[in-house]
Design a protein around this ligand. Sequence first.
Ligand SMILES: NC(=O)c1ccc[n+]([C@@H]2O[C@H](COP(=O)([O-])OP(=O)(O)OC[C@H]3O[C@@H](n4cnc5c(N)ncnc54)[C@H](O)[C@@H]3O)[C@@H](O)[C@H]2O)c1
Length: 271
Amino acid sequence: MSHQLLKGKKGIIFGALDEKSIAWKTALKCYEEGAQIVLTNAPVALRMGEINKLSELCGNAPVIGADVTNMDDLNELFVKSMEYFGGKVDFILHSIGMSLNVRKGKHYTEMDYDWNARTLDISAMSLHRVLRTAWDLDAVNDWGSVVALTYIAAQRVFPDYNEMADAKALLESVTRSFGFHYGDKKKVRVNTISQSPTRTTAGSGVKGFDGFIDYAEKMSPLGNASAEDCANYIVVMFSDLTRMVTMQNLFHDGGFSFTGVTLPVIEQMGK
Ligand SMILES: NC(=O)c1ccc[n+]([C@@H]2O[C@H](COP(=O)([O-])OP(=O)(O)OC[C@H]3O[C@@H](n4cnc5c(N)ncnc54)[C@H](O)[C@@H]3O)[C@@H](O)[C@H]2O)c1
């Protein structure tokens, strides 16, 4: 059911790879809630062609390629998006993550530092790059909203999350630091949403993901939040109902983050 929470709003959605992607579900919800959107992903991801299906489902939303580590690409993305919208944007979703050390099977204690630098750039400093491009072009309306996705490994150790834990900690820090300046200057708000483990391409790259997701399910009084639940929360964060929320890391995890232990986990231990 649509509440038209984003009626008349315009936004850019980064990171819809396939229909499992959190960004994919979010694009559909934003469109359903009355927004106009531009879709973007890395040129290599666009070659899969899946995103064109999403574009059709979202009123033929334009698809504009941009490697999020390339400032020329980002500049072009924002310029073209503003041309399409005939003005500035109201919201941006940063739904991007990639770890070279995880992908290449390197243990955290043996990380390759060149790969690590690339991981931090793609997964964390890319938010700075996006915000800075928007800032330089004055591309976001006052009271606009930016959301990036993160994971609780930024606060607590999940050993197989590897260097992505450091990337998420940096992402959350950029959210606070840039969020301060953007709020101060333009009343633009910037937040992270810390999502439950979710079966997507990026999520499934984490070693032992099946055990990981089952454990989180048992450790959360509400169970794990799905990608669709996350999309709903993001819509609320893009709406005018959350105008005074900024620089926050918002847990969206069925209560996992504040649970010490649960009966199902204790029972499992006794087996
Ligand atoms: N799936 C989970 O369990 C989970 C949990 C918490 C947070 N998150 C976060 O949610 C976000 C979205 O991930 P997802 O789970 O939907 O997986 P996904 O694999 O569908 O999305 C990741 C996206 O990042 C894009 N990307 C990678 N490198 C890029 C680059 N250089 N330029 C532009 N885009 C690039 C990919 O093309 C892909 O679309 C990520 O930040 C992820 O860390 C995921």
